[in-house]
Design a protein around this ligand. Sequence first.
Ligand SMILES: Cc1cc2nc3c(=O)[nH]c(=O)nc-3n(C[C@H](O)[C@H](O)[C@H](O)COP(=O)(O)OP(=O)(O)OC[C@H]3O[C@@H](n4cnc5c(N)ncnc54)[C@H](O)[C@@H]3O)c2cc1C
Length: 474
Amino acid sequence: MPTHLIWFRQDLRIQDNSALWHATQQGNPCIAVVILSPEQWKLHHDATCKINFYLRQLKTLQQQLLEKNIPLIVAQIEQWKDIANYMLTLTEQLSITDVYANAEYAVYEKKRDDATLKILSQHAKTLHLFQDHTLFPKGTIRTQNNQPYKVFTPFKKACFERLQHSMPQCYPDIEQQENITLPKDIQQVCLDDMLTHYPVSEQILQLWPVGEPVAHEKLNDFLQHNVKQYQDTRDFPAIQGTSRISAYLNIGMISARQCLQALFQPYHGEFVLSHKGDETWLTEILWREFYQHIMVDFPKVSKAKPFKDETNRLVWRDAPSDFEKWTQGQTGIPIVDAGMRELKQTGWMHNRVRMICAMFLTKNLLIDWREGERWFMQHLIDGELAANNGGWQWSASTGTDAAPYFRIFNPVTQSERFDPEGKYIKQWVPELASLQAKQIHAPFAHKIGYLDYPKPIVDLKSSRVRAIEAFKNL
Ligand SMILES: Cc1cc2nc3c(=O)[nH]c(=O)nc-3n(C[C@H](O)[C@H](O)[C@H](O)COP(=O)(O)OP(=O)(O)OC[C@H]3O[C@@H](n4cnc5c(N)ncnc54)[C@H](O)[C@@H]3O)c2cc1C
């Protein structure tokens, strides 16, 4: 019986994995492969902590697969342009005709898969691609005129209707297969050696443990203790009010289907929204879905282009020194500095603070959103093209269904509202720990003795007017 090959990418789990499940259902022996591409990671600005997280999870996946008698080949091909040829060589070496993988939709991912599909089919081999990363297949959530949605609320409404009729189901667990050994001459990479090139702090290792059970524990813990209050707590960065599963979702350690099944488990999998918290959290999962669908329907967003073409004409400031201060958490605006320092130390930043920091960069500093987008990718453990681009273009008012350009967050007001006691600021900006709650959001506006903390690098009022003028002129 010919062997099947399962190609893992951003789907590092054995439960509810479409491609893995389909590959193992034919009764054929299966081998798995994952291809590491350090040069490509650099081109995509992937953060060291994200790569480290991926490699650590890969080690646990390799072990889990072995328990099912599926050996995992860990290969290294520097750039994706060379992957099609590698896949041909590997399938020839292993006498494989059928390769199974979950589809990926960003421009370079698609190019890689199209090239592989082509070369394999020229040699009478097939690459079977499955829908896995999202709840609904791309191109299936459409307006009445069969157009993609550009606005989130009607998109969400359409998703709710779909969920009422058919809830996405998880695949059953796969069976253990007959023992299979790899030929000795297959070239492999040692994951432990690879990990030494992507070192992270002890703090990051503790914050972001790996393994499918860990991802499910995080999710279940959140659903048990936090989801009911989610709509009231999710905007407060000093409170652990959100699930913190984005990094797990993005490398596929857990699936969006599993999140939904866990959310609706108390209602036996029926689409029942009995709490505002459930609905609000589901809405966030659908924001993820929305940006994924936008990326497929409007590929320009993954080519560093704004969604709104007219914003191409916006003249951004060339201000490397301001940008540097923003990246280092030295802007003199405490909530912004707290967020930027949290990002650097932990690989993560609270969503409310992401919006504040992104708006401060693109509006008050009038610096191109693409610079901020890149910095986030270079530091986020959950860095993901569609969501990151969506978040940045929303904040910069260049994106689909974005914040209107004249509605600019005042970071001080945001800070007073969402971190009223300054707990979050004190955690990340210890220089301000001695300040009272009423002073901490804007120390520059109070008479305080010497502080080892910078004055604001920009005047919030005049920079707001400058941003509005720049957009108005478009
Ligand atoms: C400027 C900016 C950049 C961002 N970059 C990323 C990124 O690179 N990767 C990423 O996964 N998210 C990104 N987000 C979205 C959001 O900040 C994170 O998904 C969220 O903070 C993750 O925390 P959580 O898992 O606790 O989320 P929860 O509040 O528990 O939400 C559950 C899940 O819903 C999804 N989600 C929530 N909010 C959003 C949103 N606004 N857009 C898309 N999906 C969402 C995530 O998958 C998240 O894990 C960005 C937002 C902004 C404003």
